[in-house]
Design a protein around this ligand. Structure first.
Ligand code: SAM
Ligand code: SF4
Ligand code: F3S
Length: 473
């Protein structure tokens, strides 16, 4: 078991298992592609860029690999388990290649970047391997692959942001969308493979971000989530913009919020060292910027945080949480935490538990440490905490967190929230499901409402994961 709690990766992987076709192309194209995505939201957003690049070449998306001429898998390397899942899936793809030898199979994303050409030796059925900054080269590589030539492009770039490519929305609910605002990461958290698979941090041109969000709103979307590994370090210098003023993340948030009060704005992920008061005050100023911050902590022990190279201490993190609650008293707060990092003692673990007690997160993504080849931690430290200890500590955190999340949900009972309906609930087409501003899931009887509507809901009862309520007119 990789994580005892629902993880973003697993959630999103499930959502991404079979992408919906982009309708306009289906009947008119000769070639079909199937894409399956794993990993973080940024990888899912990248698959939409890939769909756009392929759409330009006349490829139409299908939802079944059995129907495709081109099968792509957009991969994640964050933990060993994520890579094992991809390898298993590739084995399953063998049958399509056996029954239709002309089918081309491509590996994209972070695992492609990490393993490069060795993928072609290890996985014989793979024809092309393309890293996150090389998707523009896909058409050429695909053409060569149809001619029988295998190909690799894993060049990382200092300036590629795909700013000019309008993503084709895949598996979309038509209400919420991800918008990438930057790529790469300049932090060197010692446990993390991302700086190696995604390269240097670079910010996308602000005007292209705003126009993508405007286009989404004009197409009926009601919520955008601005994505980056460290959104608070978004920065465009004046000379990059051709305007006088530099654009910080706070400024960008404001620009997107001003598109329309009916467009909700979310963002992820914030790094505790970089989130500024300016961002918090911008959130306070605009009702449509959702009151929710994902603020990964990784450990509650300053000693471990230093080994992780997170560049803040426990005290710094807690002061940041206090500041958020001072400026935004109703703000939803979530985190990521890793148990069993190198040298972690019971005392360090107790510090993580007590930090959870203090922060009382609404949502937490919890993992045990998985050593990744090539990272600073793999090179410098021994992965010395036994697996059963890592898992036991993870379970203790999960138990504590579940108690907190139940209390956090219970305190909403009796209150009324503006909920954006995103679609039917999983159990019934008579019920709609949406989220509050603070990112809590709400289910209610649909009545006259439909997805995309903002609906005022009075909360009547809850579980640890879901609020239930009724429409207030
Ligand atoms: N950039 C974000 C940040 O700094 O928090 C998120 C990075 S990563 C895509 C998502 C989460 O995966 C991290 O916050 C961390 O908790 C977890 N993670 C990263 N590397 C890991 C590893 N080697 N073992 C276990 N969990 C890991
Ligand atoms: Fe990884 Fe740290 Fe960058 Fe997040 S901030 S992607 S954890 S290196
Ligand atoms: Fe995974 Fe790459 Fe995202 S390693 S979490 S897909 S940046």
């Amino acid at each position: 078991m990789d994580a005892l709690l629902t993880t973003k990766e697993h959630d999103e992987a499930r959502q991404g298992e079979a992408f919906a076709p982009f309708q306009s192309s289906l009947d008119t194209t000769t070639k079909k592609f199937y894409i399956e995505s794993y990993g973080c939201a940024m990888n899912f957003a990248d698959s939409e860029v890939v769909a756009s690049i392929l759409g330009e070449q006349g490829f139409g998306a299908v939802t079944e690999p059995a129907l495709a001429d081109l099968i792509l898998i957009n991969t994640c390397s964050i933990r060993e388990k994520a890579e094992a899942t991809v390898r298993k899936r590739l084995t399953e793809f063998k049958k399509f290649k056996r029954s239709r030898p002309g089918v081309v199979v491509g590996v994209l994303g972070c695992m492609a970047e990490r393993l490069k050409g060795t993928f072609l030796e290890e996985e014989k059925l793979v024809d092309i391997v393309v890293g996150p900054d090389a998707y523009r080269s896909l058409p050429g590589l695909i053409e060569e692959a149809y001619g029988g030539q295998k190909g690799v492009n894993v060049l990382l770039s200092r300036d590629e942001t795909y700013a000019d490519i309008a993503p084709i929305r895949l598996n979309s609910n038509g209400v919420t969308a991800f918008v990438s605002i930057m790529r790469g990461c300049n932090n060197m958290c010692s446990f993390c493979v991302v700086p190696f698979t995604r390269g240097r941090e670079r910010s996308r041109n602000a005007a292209s971000i705003v126009s993508e969000c405007e286009a989404l709103f004009n197409d009926g979307y009601k919520e955008v989530t601005l994505l980056g590994q460290n959104v608070d370090s978004y920065y465009q210098a004046p000379q990059q913009q051709g305007v006088d003023e530099a654009i910080s993340f706070a400024k960008l948030l404001e620009m997107v919020a001003l598109i329309s009060p009916d467009l909700r704005v979310r963002f992820s992920t914030s790094h505790p060292k970089d989130i500024t008061d300016d961002v918090l005050f911008t959130m306070k100023k605009y009702d449509n910027i959702c009151n929710y911050i994902h603020l990964p902590v990784q450990s509650g022990s300053s000693r471990i945080l230093q080994l992780m190279n997170r560049t803040y201490s426990r005290e710094w993190y807690l002061a940041k949480v206090d500041r958020i609650r001072e400026i935004l008293p109703d703000c939803g707060l979530s985190t990521d935490m890793i148990t069993g990092f190198c040298t972690e003692t019971e005392e360090d673990h107790q510090a993580s538990l007590s930090l959870f007690d203090y922060c009382k997160y609404d949502l937490a993504y919890l993992y045990y440490y998985s050593e990744r080849p090539g990272t600073l931690a793999a090179r410098r430290f021994e992965d010395d905490v036994p697996l059963e200890t890592k898992k036991r500590r993870l379970q203790e955190l999960v138990d504590l967190y579940r108690g907190h999340s139940l209390v956090s949900m219970q305190k909403e009972v009796g209150k009324t929230f503006k909920v954006l309906a995103e679609g039917f609930s999983k159990k019934s087409d008579e019920q709609l499901q949406g989220r509050t501003d603070q990112n809590k899931v709400v289910i209610f009887d649909k009545g006259q409402h439909k997805k995309g509507d903002y609906v005022n809901i009075k909360i009547t009862h809850c579980t640890a994961g879901t609020l239930f309520g009724e429409v207030i007119n």
